[in-house]
Design a protein around this ligand. Structure first.
Ligand code: F6P
Ligand code: MG
Length: 439
């Protein structure tokens, strides 16, 4: 380790405040991610591909055999680059984001390696390069190397899914058109959605996530883990803009996507917006993030389920998509770019303009939170709006369980209390925030 530290300029300190997070700081989660988690993730992709070789060849044709072997070799090389702190080289791609990436990489100057660049740049780059390996092949362009794990997070959660649908049904059937009652249940739906973000696969380095029990009945007990709670203002915002559109910037597939769909369905059912848009990733991303294919598979799987409650929900969703009250927006490369959100207006003005038309944007999950803050280590009491650094396309909120060592908008003294209880509290996903900034 001492040799590693000297060779790659690792500093045995916590990341300083008011500076970008970097893997260079040994006492930060970025270091642990770069040194331990990401190599494990790449190794698991290799293992999975080797295990599934025959199935893949069967599906993609005999030519895929050689290409798969080559791809595995390329993933090993990528892992070596990461482990030896190499430069983030330009990419060659026909997915439409080559220029954005390469212009961006040029701006890094000397801080252009895995440990010296800002954490979000390096981690995002790894996932982009991983996909690039498959993009370069003739037969495996469409292979989603995370697909199996993603599918399992839905199929492992049917007990919880059915319990959630039952509770929503009970509310819908007994609802007496009282706004306070609706507001209270909407807030529950937000919380249900927040805690659904505990189930991502990148934090468990791809290990299965299983959900047992009735998530609604757990909500109250989870309230003490909700350390910044703007749910009331979000409800005010939603109830005052009922004829607008709401955009969800999705995070993970599986149970979390199910909760996104529940929230969207509830919004449409109670006419809290005219339309809800989903914004998903163009390529396999941070293991469990939703791609258009995952969305389609989820809708098909729910609709064809043997449990009538789940099947009815799936069919209702499909109907709403057909009617246009739910919409899967065309994928945008910005969501899989390294850019912090405060640079969206400069780098993807058309996406920014499109989002300004929304009456509320709901950013899901830890990675989106990191991008909202730009992986910048703000003092933890910095107001949410200030941490957005001018990114204010419209009203926006974040539902995020805390899995990375950055946060803003929490009460003075709270982080000290939480560190005294558990010095890993920022990376366990146990705590959550629901924060809002108005236009
Ligand atoms: O910090 C842990 C981590 O795996 C990060 O790499 C990433 O920001 C995040 O969790 C992924 O979580 P989510 O799916 O909530 O964005
Ligand atoms: Mg994710």
């Amino acid at each position: 380790m001492a040799e590693f530290q000297t060779k790659y300029n690792i500093i045995d300190e916590k990341p300083p405040y008011n500076a970008p997070l970097k893997a260079q700081y040994k006492q930060g989660f970025a270091f642990y991610t770069m040194k331990e988690r990401l190599p494990v993730i790449l190794t698991q992709v290799i293992d999975q591909l080797s295990k599934d070789k025959e199935q893949i060849v069967e599906h993609f044709g005999e030519m895929a055999r050689e290409e798969l072997k080559h791809a595995i070799g390329e993933i090993s090389k990528l892992k070596y680059e990461l482990q030896t702190d190499k430069e983030l080289k330009p990419i060659t791609s026909s997915l439409g984001d080559e220029e954005l990436w390469n212009t961006f990489l040029e701006t890094l100057g000397e801080e252009n390696t895995y440990y010296s660049s800002c954490w979000i740049y390096a981690e995002t780059y790894m996932y982009r390069r991983l996909n690039n390996i498959f993009e370069q092949t003739a037969t495996l362009k469409k292979l989603d190397y995370f697909q199996q794990q993603k599918h399992k997070t839905l199929t492992n959660s049917y007990g919880a899914i059915s319990a959630v649908l039952q509770s929503i049904d009970v509310f819908n059937q007994n609802y007496s058109r009282n706004e306070t009652e609706l507001g209270a249940f909407f807030i529950k739906m937000l919380k249900l959605n927040l805690w659904g973000n505990r189930c991502d696969l990148s934090i468990t380095a791809g290990q299965d996530v299983k959900l047992d029990g009735d998530p609604f009945s757990l909500l109250e007990s989870l309230d003490s883990f909700l350390i910044s709670d703007h749910t009331d203002v979000i409800w005010q915002c939603v109830k005052n803009s009922k004829d607008g559109e709401i955009d969800i910037i999705n995070d993970n597939s599986g149970y979390e996507l199910f909760t996104d769909l529940c929230l969207a369905d509830f919004i449409i059912e109670h006419q809290l917006a005219r339309k809800v848009n989903f914004n998903v990733k163009a390529i396999p991303w941070y293991i469990s993030d939703v791609t258009p294919k995952d969305m389609q598979w989820t809708l098909d799987t729910l609709s064809a389920h043997e449990n009538p409650l789940i099947a009815a929900f799936g069919k209702r969703l499909q109907m709403r998509f057909e009617a246009g009250s739910l919409d899967l927006k065309a994928v945008h490369n910005f969501w899989t770019s390294p850019m912090e959100f405060h640079r969206m207006q400069e780098f993807s003005p058309e996406l920014y303009d499109d989002l300004t038309k929304s009456s509320l944007i709901i950013f899901k999950g830890d990675l989106n939170y990191r991008k909202l803050l730009g992986d910048f280590n703000f003092p933890y009491t910095t107001p949410f709006r200030e941490a957005l650094r001018g990114f204010e396309p419209t009203n926006l909120c974040t539902l995020r369980t805390v899995k990375a060592d950055l946060i803003c908008g929490i009460k003075e003294g709270l982080s000290e209390q939480l560190f005294a209880k558990d010095d890993r509290w920022m990376v366990t996903g146990e705590y959550g925030v629901i924060q809002f900034a108005s236009k």
